[in-house]
Write a protein that binds this ligand. Structure first.
Ligand SMILES: Nc1ncnc2c1ncn2[C@@H]1O[C@H](COP(=O)(O)OP(=O)(O)OP(=O)(O)O)[C@@H](O)[C@H]1O
Ligand SMILES: [Mg+2]
Length: 227
C-alpha cells in the first residue's frame, strides 16, 4: 500500500468499514447488483451505505442531472466533463464515503473513479495519467477494497437498457447516446484497468442470469469480509 494512502486511512478512518465499487459499461447491471449486494451485507449483519456516481450528495445529484440530461451540457468539452465528474466525486468521498467507512459501515458505490478513467480517459481520449492524478485529488487517494467489473458486450448492455427505458419510460442520457465505437473503447478500457490492477478489480461475466452474477459477487465480497 502506498505511504500516502496509509496516512489517509490512519487519519480519516479508524475503525474502518470496507469499500466496494461496481463498474462496467451501460446496462451491465451495476445498479441492480449494488442493491442486491447491500441487501445481502445487511442480512449478514453489516451496516451498509449504498451510493452512486455521479451523485450521492445534494451537489453531486445536481451535477448528475447536468451531466446526464441538461441541454446546457450538450457539446461540453471532454475536459469540462472530466472535471464535473471529479467535482461530484470529491464531494461524495468527503460527505458520504469517508464518514461511513469511519463509522465502520461498508460502502457500496455504483460507479467510482474507474468510470472516469474508462469513459473520459479511454472513451474520450483524455490523458490517462492526468485522469489518475485528478482521481487521486478527488478521492484523497481513497481506493476501493474491491471493484467488481461487470463485463458485458455493448450490444447486450444496450438491449437491456432499451428494455429498462421502455418499462420506466426513460430517455437515453447524454453518455448513453454516444456512438457505439465510444462504448466499445470504454469496455476495452475497463478491461485494461482490470489487467493493470488485478488484485483490486475482479472481472465478472455479466451476461449470465442475475442470480449467477450475484453469487460470484458475494463470493468475492466474502474474501474482503475475511481480510
Ligand atoms: N443478469 C441480467 N440479466 C438480464 N437482465 C439484467 C441482468 N442484470 C440486470 N438486468 C436488467 O438490465 C437493466 C439494466 O440493469 P442496471 O440498471 O442494473 O444496469 P446499470 O449497469 O446500472 O446501467 P446504467 O449503466 O444505465 O446505470 C435493468 O432493467 C435490469 O433489471
Ligand atoms: Mg445504473
Amino acid at each position: 500500500m502506498a505511504k500516502e494512502l496509509r496516512i489517509v486511512r490512519k487519519v480519516w478512518m479508524k475503525p474502518r468499514g470496507k469499500f466496494i465499487t461496481l463498474e462496467g459499461p451501460e446496462g451491465s447491471g451495476k445498479s441492480t447488483h449494488a442493491r442486491l449486494l447491500a441487501a445481502r451485507l445487511r442480512s449478514a449483519g453489516q451496516a451498509v451505505a449504498v451510493t452512486r456516481e455521479p451523485g450521492g450528495t445534494p451537489l453531486g445529484e445536481k451535477l448528475r442531472r447536468l451531466l446526464q440530461h441538461d441541454s446546457a451540457s450538450e457539446g461540453m468539452s471532454a475536459e469540462t466533463e472530466t472535471l464535473l465528474f471529479m467535482a461530484s466525486r470529491a464531494e461524495l468521498v468527503r460527505q458520504v464515503i469517508a464518514p461511513a467507512l469511519a463509522r465502520g459501515a461498508w460502502v457500496v458505490c455504483d460507479r467510482f473513479a474507474d468510470s472516469t478513467t474508462a469513459y473520459q480517459g479511454y472513451g474520450r481520449g483524455i490523458n490517462i495519467k492526468t485522469i489518475l492524478t485528478l482521481n487521486s485529488l478527488a478521492t484523497g487517494s481513497l481506493t476501493p477494497d474491491l471493484t467488481i467489473l461487470l463485463d458485458l458486450t455493448v450490444k447486450a448492455g444496450f438491449a437491456r437498457l432499451h428494455r429498462r427505458n421502455q418499462r420506466v419510460r426513460a430517455q437515453k442520457d447524454r453518455l448513453e447516446r454516444e456512438a457505439l465505437a465510444f462504448h466499445e473503447r470504454v469496455r476495452a478500457g475497463y478491461r485494461k484497468l482490470a489487467r493493470r490492477w488485478p488484485q483490486r478489480i475482479k472481472v465478472i461475466n455479466a451476461a449470465r442470469q442475475v442470480a449467477a452474477v450475484q453469487a460470484d459477487i458475494w463470493r468475492l465480497t466474502q474474501h474482503v469480509l475475511r481480510a
